[in-house]
Design a protein around this ligand. Structure first.
Ligand code: FAD
Ligand code: DHB
Length: 389
């Protein structure tokens, strides 16, 4: 088999890349280890930046997003027993974020690719990449019992943090920047009436987050020890933990409901530089991970593949590799801004095992500053909505 661009991984990065390339008349094949049903049901991120919404709209895959997405005019920082609103929409002159779950984005992109006759191979195994230091890279895999070899011009490594593309780059050709946090997030999805808000809460018992996905579906998180397990958390214990961490003098409260999903999400920051080697380009979580506190992971994946699609278009139109050569540098500017913002939000809002009263005073001072200074609120809003500069 032969194609122009072999894409490993059908997450947001791989699917959006395939969609953008198709719109530019460039062929691709997408290889995915999991089933279509599995990728369309995996609950992950939920917040789309304005530029992600704009790109989906401009490329014709936003029909459901525009109908069912939940635009939030801003976010609340909850501390000192009160909700403090950062009016992102007002501060950013009409730009904002939209809550629309990642698996819905996946469904929309899969449907668009299949409707356009796209070649998506689900449930492949034994994926290997090779010769990407030459002009004739290949990918081999097993699909429906057969061994397949796919020759291509380029490989896009969109296979997430546990994929095979990044480890295939020769040691010594890259630098890794890595940080692991001393807590994880316990996440639930609950059928419960909407709180109507996105709330990041700092509390002496630890961080909690309320994300209203739809009027009847809440995604909520609280920080736990990284060694904790879902089995330790029966439903009643989860709700009493949320009530304890979200109580306050203002009397704000929320309604509990039926928990339909529980998971624990590790927290880490990770970047590989450069994000390319020869004719293989890494995009999304394959190249960088952020802790979820800034809601950046999915949006970075989409921003990467926009650059990659532009670079590939330039190559196929002119025969020049200039734009592709600059891919990593272009992506890393935004990646490092998001790495900093996610680390900063994480540091400001979580309890650290070794923090002391001094540290907590600093966190509270920072939170009070962010909500009372125009410059500081503006900075949070600018980063939250997605800083592209
Ligand atoms: P992925 O979505 O990981 O897609 C990679 C795809 O490649 C997967 O479908 C995988 O099955 C496939 N694959 C892997 N190996 C191979 C292989 N060898 N061959 C072929 N296919 C392969 N971000 C937030 O901002 N907020 C959140 O609340 C949040 N929650 C998260 C919860 C979880 C459990 C996880 C794991 C991530 C979460 N994230 C969150 C991060 C966000 O979901 C990711 O940044 C986003 O999915 C990145 O998209 P991607 O396409 O780069 O990678
Ligand atoms: C959600 C996830 C986030 O990481 C975040 O910062 C806000 C909302 C969510 O899953 O809805």
């Amino acid at each position: 088999m032969r194609t122009q661009v072999a894409i490993v991984g059908a997450g947001p990065a791989g699917l959006m890349l395939s969609h953008l390339l198709h719109l530019q008349g460039i062929e691709s094949v997408v290889l995915e280890t999991r089933s279509r049903a599995a990728i369309e049901a995996t609950v992950r991120a939920g917040v789309l930046e304005q530029s992600t919404v704009d790109l989906m709209t401009a490329t014709g895959v936003a029909e459901r997003l525009l109908k069912e997405g939940y635009p939030h005019h801003g976010v609340y920082l909850r501390f000192d027993g009160h909700n403090h609103f950062i009016d992102v929409y007002e501060l950013m002159g009409g730009k904002t974020v939209t809550v629309y779950p990642q698996h819905e984005v996946i469904k929309d992109l899969v449907a668009a690719r299949l409707a356009a006759g796209g070649d998506l191979r689900f449930e492949v195994s034994e994926v290997r990449v090779g010769d990407f230091d030459t002009e004739r890279p290949w990918v081999t895999f097993r699909h429906e019992g057969a061994e397949v070899r796919l020759d291509c011009d380029f490989i896009a490594g969109c296979d997430g943090s546990q994929g095979i593309c990044r480890p295939s780059i020769p040691a010594g050709a890259y630098t890794i920047y890595d940080k692991v946090y001393p807590f994880s997030w316990f996440g639930i999805l609950a059928e419960a009436p909407s709180a109507g808000k996105l709330i990041y809460s700092y509390h002496e018992k630890g961080f909690a987050l309320v994300s209203s996905r739809t009027p009847t579906l809440q995604r909520m998180y609280f920080q736990v020890d990284p060694l904790d397990s879902v089995a330790n958390w029966p439903d009643e214990r989860i709700w009493s933990e949320f009530y304890a961490r979200l109580e306050g003098a203002d009397g704000w409260t929320f309604e509990s409901g039926k928990i339909i999903k529980k998971d624990i999400i590790g927290m880490r920051s990770y970047v590989i530089e450069p994000m390319q080697y020869g004719r293989m380009f890494l995009a999304g979580d394959a190249a960088h991970i952020v802790p979820p506190t800034g809601a950046k992971g999915l949006n970075l994946a989409i921003a990467d593949v926009k650059h990659l699609a532009d670079g590939l278009k330039y190559f196929y139109t002119t025969g020049q590799t200039g734009e592709l050569d600059a891919y990593s540098d272009k992506c890393l500017r935004r990646v490092w801004r998001a790495e900093h913002f996610s680390w900063w939000m994480t540091s400001m809002l979580h309890r650290f095992p070794d923090d002391d009263k001094f540290q907590q005073k600093l966190q509270l001072s920072q939170l009070r500053y962010v909500v009372s200074s125009h410059a500081a609120s503006y900075s949070l809003a600018e980063n939250y909505v997605g800083f592209e500069g």
